[in-house]
Design a protein around this ligand. Structure first.
Ligand code: UD1
Ligand code: CA
Length: 458
């Protein structure tokens, strides 16, 4: 049976990143480079996906989980040596094997499909995916003979001055007849400028033994970009961001300035939502239709339903129901559930709390470990006092209650529905339905006292 396989090369250290983090684990738009590669590979129906790991093997395996098989390359002796490590797993199979690097995060599944198709049409033993680089420095160059047929790939460091002027580059993606690949890999040597076993040398070996070697030149160089250092990482991030934002705009999302809007690859946004500049939408955030996400808001791993307004606020691991609003300058910390049409105004912090439909928390308030019912009015400067220095405690407030400004609700506490807390109270005891609680020192007025003060009293 003809199989389709992919080998992802991810064993290198990535010295040029100058990082404690291994190269392929550097992230752009919410995912590591190697995860982006694997995600696209997964869309192309492979029988086997093998990732070659070495430096940081454990972290790479943790990152990708059981979505791929792994083979360890103990010493990083070059890309050819890396592929050879998959021999035990793959060498006997009939079929086609694609090789792709873990540091080329912008490739799309469509390009991989196009490459497979071209390879099949040409009945080739190997097909190289190439592109034309505005600046080919650092890439392997594609050498063609006078008939335009590919004869070999020359690495930057091994290139003659003439070869170095060629701008058709090796993208580092290839498809091979599987068995021809592993046979040829036994013939490569490390006799080159870097003393490495180059995968690229397989091309010349196959060509010299009379096999058909093809090259499929893709139109968009930027999709093929390799990331070896942080400058390239930032370029790749920009390209991916533009791609993500364009897709959202085509789906009906308005962006005031897409160049300054940062959306992770898995975020979903409904039509007619407007996203202002400086916004960051991260992780698995889902945003509904008709929302307004105002300037500089940051939303992480949260679900925002339809018609929600977020004004310059931060939302983490939380959910906001239809028609609710927040901000400016408010913060939902993890596990906050904000009901329909709730109003959260400015400088409001909510943590691990539920706020029922129609409730208003307008200004300067902290709600922590609390469950608020519907249609409650929370005044200005209210504190849900949830921490006694060692433990967190809970507060519940029933529907249609009124919490006066500058109150402290000291948990654990139960405030029944339809109850009233007078402004400035520090509440430590439960309150029953229809009761008013007032807990503050009574005011005393001293007649004429002003005149005793050393002020001009005329
Ligand atoms: C490689 C190609 C070059 C191509 C470029 C495209 C070779 C010899 N050169 O160069 O022609 O233009 O990619 O981006 O293949 N790796 C291992 N084990 C090793 C060495 C590398 O797993 O022993 C992995 C790295 O982690 C990386 C990938 O292989 O993901 C490519 O290695 P890298 O050193 O980045 O190759 P380039 O110099 O970019
Ligand atoms: Ca590279």
């Amino acid at each position: 049976m003809a199989t389709r396989n992919t080998i992802i090369l991810a064993a290198g250290k990535g010295t040029r990143m100058k990082s404690k983090l291994y190269k392929v684990l550097h992230r752009l738009c919410g995912k590591s480079m190697v995860d982006h590669v694997l995600t696209q590979v997964e869309k192309t129906n492979m029988d086997n996906v093998v990732t070659i790991v070495g430096y940081g093997a454990e972290s790479v395996e943790e990152e990708l989980g059981d979505r791929t098989k792994y083979v360890v390359q103990k010493e990083q002796l070059g890309t050819g040596h890396a592929v050879l490590q998959a021999e035990d797993l793959l060498a006997d199979l009939d079929g086609t094997t694609m090789v792709v690097s873990g540091d080329t995060p912008l490739f799309t599944a469509q390009t991989f499909e196009n490459l497979f198709k071209y390879h099949e049409d040409k009945q080739a033993k190997a097909t190289i995916l190439t592109s034309k680089a505005p600046d080919p420095t650092g890439y392997g160059r594609i050498i063609r003979n006078e008939l335009g047929i590919v004869t070999k790939i020359v690495e930057q460091k091994d290139a003659t001055a003439d070869e170095a002027t060629i701008n058709e580059i090796n993208t580092g993606v290839y498809v091979f007849d599987n068995q021809a690949l592993f046979k040829a890999l036994h013939q490569i040597t490390n006799d080159n400028a870097q003393g490495e076993y180059y995968l690229t040398d397989v091309i010349e070996i196959l060509k010299d033994q009379g096999d058909i070697v093809a090259a499929y030149q893709m139109a968009d160089f930027y999709e093929s970009m390799g990331v070896n250092d942080r400058v390239a990482l930032s370029k790749a991030t920009k390209i991916m961001q533009a791609r993500i934002n364009t897709a959202h705009m085509k789906n009906g999302v308005s962006m005031v300035n897409p160049d300054d809007t940062y959306i992770d690859v898995d975020v979903q946004i409904g039509a007619d939502t407007i996203v202002e500049p400086g916004v960051q939408l991260k992780g698995n955030t889902v945003i509904g239709e008709d929302c307004f996400i105002g300037a500089n808001s940051e939303i992480r791993n949260s679900t925002i339903h339809n018609g929600v307004t977020v004004t310059s606020s931060m939302i983490e691991d939380s959910e906001m129901m239809d028609g609710s609003n927040i901000g400016p300058d408010s913060h939902l910390r993890p596990q906050s559930l904000i009901g329909e049409n709730v109003h959260l105004g400015n400088f409001v912090e909510v943590k691990k709390s539920e706020i029922g439909a129609g409730t208003k928390v307008g200004h300067l308030t902290y709600v922590g470990n609390a469950k608020l019912g519907k249609n409650i009015n929370v005044g200005c400067g209210v504190v849900f006092v949830n921490y006694d220095g060692s433990k967190k405690h809970e507060t519940t407030v029933g529907d249609d209650s009124f919490i006066g400004s500058n109150s402290n609700l000291v948990a654990p506490l139960n405030v029944a529905d339809h109850s009233f807390i007078a402004a400035g109270s520090t509440i430590t005891d439960d309150i029953n339905q229809y009761d008013m609680a007032i807990a503050r020192a009574r005011q005393t007025n001293k007649a004429g006292y002003y005149k005793k003060l050393p002020y001009d009293a005329d």
